[in-house]
Design a protein around this ligand. Structure first.
Ligand code: SF4
Length: 360
């Protein structure tokens, strides 16, 4: 039986990544079968509860206010809007709802209270609730946990080294701090990254080393292929080849045997055969719905056809961990603290980000 290992080196992971593909696939599929039912897929629906107008400068993101992209922005949705979308997702086979808000970090106040109410409402629908709201403090993580949050997503995006080529408005260590804050609760951690931003194989493996050497390892790891959006600094990046995606999924599976490896952005450009190979390599989760925040995604019918062809079934909610309790707002043990944490502003400059900001 494969042991969980938290002392991976970059060299070991690069060696795995570069193995002859059939050997890599066989090894990954063997590990996958030891820890998971290979015919089950966990299906999540991502709802953009607040879109656009973000103060950050992530080079891949059309939601950054400084870039000139063509997205429809929206203020924070109401609880009833989100509940209706969650019910639709549930009837389409999703076991998890992930709510994303384009914020740098969470600020205590009305909007956060509204998000906490969304968490309570969706948990009561017996769906796993995940949030991705930017950086959070320990107290905010505790308040989300108390509301019934199942998972918190906070991607590390790339290697620590390459992070400086992607984002200048926050540091890699801020990401790790938020993950550490989530770990002080019973909320599970979802953290992964993006390939195709111009990084090297060594960067991809260094990113996986950071995740795999966390103890415990993240319960879910989304692997995104960059969707190059016009107007962002990365608009000219060439698409990720399916072989790179398969290798990345396989190494993630071997390094993190227990985790749910999620096929995320970029799936729209993958054939059914390509996705099937990713499932064979150890992917066991997808994002469903025809939009992933702002970029296109396969529609639910297409996914269900694919599952039927492959004999795969959506996983039930709480298959890996029991449903958290929801504490109502009036019974809460935590007060909003109005903290103003000093998240870093590294201030290095990234030429392509500056150029994209200036472009009309
Ligand atoms: S990825 Fe998130 S933090 Fe970065 S610009 Fe987009 S919405 Fe903002």
């Amino acid at each position: 039986m494969t042991q969980i290992k938290n002392n991976w080196t970059d060299q070991e992971l690069v060696a795995l990544y570069n193995k002859p593909l059939m050997e890599l696939l066989y090894e990954a599929a063997t590990v996958h079968r030891q820890f998971h039912d290979p015919n089950k897929v966990q299906v999540s629906t991502l709802i953009s509860i607040k879109t656009g107008g973000c103060p950050e400068d992530c080079g891949y993101c059309p939601q950054a206010a400084r870039y000139h992209t063509n997205i429809e922005t929206n203020d924070l949705m109401s609880v009833s809007q989100v509940k209706a979308m969650a019910l639709r997702a549930k009837s389409n086979g999703s076991s998890r709802v992930c709510m994303g808000a384009a914020w740098r970090n969470v600020k205590d106040g009305e909007d956060f209270e509204q998000v906490l109410e969304m968490v309570r409402t969706i948990n009561k629908l017996e769906m796993e609730v995940c949030c991705t709201l930017g950086m959070i403090t320990e107290n905010q993580a505790k308040r989300l946990a108390e509301a019934g949050l199942y998972a918190y997503n906070h991607n590390i995006d790339s290697s620590e080294e390459y992070y400086k080529e992607v984002i200048s408005t926050r540091g890699f260590e801020d990401r790790l701090q938020t993950i550490a804050n989530v770990r002080k609760t019973n909320v599970t951690v979802c953290s992964g990254g993006i390939i195709g931003m111009g990084e090297s194989v060594a960067d991809r493996c260094a990113m996986l080393r950071t995740l795999a050497n966390m103890s415990p390892q993240p319960e879910s790891v989304p692997i995104n292929a960059l969707v190059a959006v016009e107007g962002t600094p990365m608009e000219d990046q060439k698409p990720v080849e399916i072989w790179e995606m398969i290798r990345m999924v396989a190494v993630t599976r071997i390094a993190m045997p227990l985790t749910q490896v999620r096929l995320s952005a970029g799936r729209k450009d993958m054939s059914h055969e390509g996705q099937a190979m990713c499932f064979f390599a150890g992917a066991n989760s997808i994002f469903a719905g025809d939009k992933l925040l702002t970029t296109p995604n396969p529609n639910v019918d297409d996914d269900m056809k694919l599952f039927a062809k492959l004999g795969m079934k959506p996983e039930k909610p709480f298959a890996k961990k029991a449903q958290p309790q929801t504490v109502e707002a009036q019974d809460s043990s935590f007060l909003p603290l109005g903290e103003k944490p000093k998240w870093t502003r590294p201030g290095h400059s990234i030429e392509k980000n500056k150029l994209a900001s200036k472009k009309a």
